[in-house]
Design a protein around this ligand. Structure first.
Ligand SMILES: C[S@@+](CC[C@H](N)C(=O)[O-])C[C@H]1O[C@@H](n2cnc3c(N)ncnc32)[C@H](O)[C@@H]1O
Length: 233
């Protein structure tokens, strides 16, 4: 494993050609999100870009959360779920609220996102069911994750900063080594040619399948793709 992750903390000055443009800058605020009526009561999400680019929800997160709530809700009861690059926790928190999952769900991201994840866990009264954790792509997996052996891994909009692509692939690989049956639900928005290079490399390492979704026609027009990654036999 590589020891340091070069992904930048958010700073308007740090946006270079490696970095995809963030969604429109919004002031810090808390909103209710019901994922197109899939979640009642809705998720309360505090967004604040001060913590980093993940401080605001990104388009792939909405697509992935809706996929999980619409199609997987009844199959996740015994799942061991971990979210990578969770930002404020949109997807993992949506799943925790909408699906009867027994084991705690790990929301993971870099150190700078920890306080926002914690704030959103508290805001939704999920302290006993959702655990925020630092997991830097490319680093050794935290011991909590090794013990958890996640078998459902969620990753939304984690393809946006080219120097981090190999680190993300290393972490995805390390996670699939913990459980040969684990499934990664991976949603990303294609912004530059390099993003397809990421997918090309992912196909070399994993079994990659595009998955069905009733919104696919709409989100594919926006350059969004939804896949599962599984360990190669
Ligand atoms: C574009 S945001 C997506 C946030 C959220 N998943 C969503 O869909 O709204 C990407 C997230 O990946 C995290 N990230 C970037 N590089 C990382 C790294 N090397 N290790 C861990 N997380 C990283 C960022 O902090 C950020 O929260």
């Amino acid at each position: 494993m590589l020891s340091r992750s070069p992904s930048p903390e958010f700073s308007p000055l740090s946006i270079g050609e490696d970095f995809a443009a963030i969604p429109t800058y919004k002031a810090a605020s808390t909103t209710s999100i019901d994922f197109s009526n899939l979640l009642e009561p809705p998720l309360q999400l505090h967004e604040d870009l001060k913590s980093g680019c993940g401080g605001q929800l990104w388009p792939a997160g909405m697509v992935l959360a809706k996929q999980m709530l619409r199609y997987h809700k009844n199959y996740l009861q015994d799942a061991r779920i971990l979210e990578l690059g969770a930002g404020g926790g949109l997807v993992g928190l949506g799943v925790a609220l909408g699906c009867p999952v027994v084991s705690p769900i790990y929301l993971t991201d870099q150190e700078n996102m920890l306080s926002l994840m914690e704030r959103n866990v508290t805001l939704n009264s999920l302290k006993s069911r959702v655990l925020p954790l630092v997991l830097n792509w490319g680093d050794e997996l935290p011991k909590e994750v090794i013990e958890q052996k996640p078998n459902v891994i969620l990753a939304a909009d984690c393809v946006y900063f080219e120097p981090a692509f190999p680190l993300l692939l290393l972490t995805l690989e390390a996670l699939l080594e913990l459980d040969s049956e684990a499934v990664i639900y991976f949603c990303f928005k294609k912004r530059r040619r390099a993003d397809m290079q990421f997918m090309k490399n992912a196909r070399k390492k994993f079994v990659v399948e595009e998955i069905e979704d009733e919104d696919r026609e709409t989100f594919s027009k926006e350059g969004l793709f939804l896949y599962t990654f599984k360990r190669k036999p």
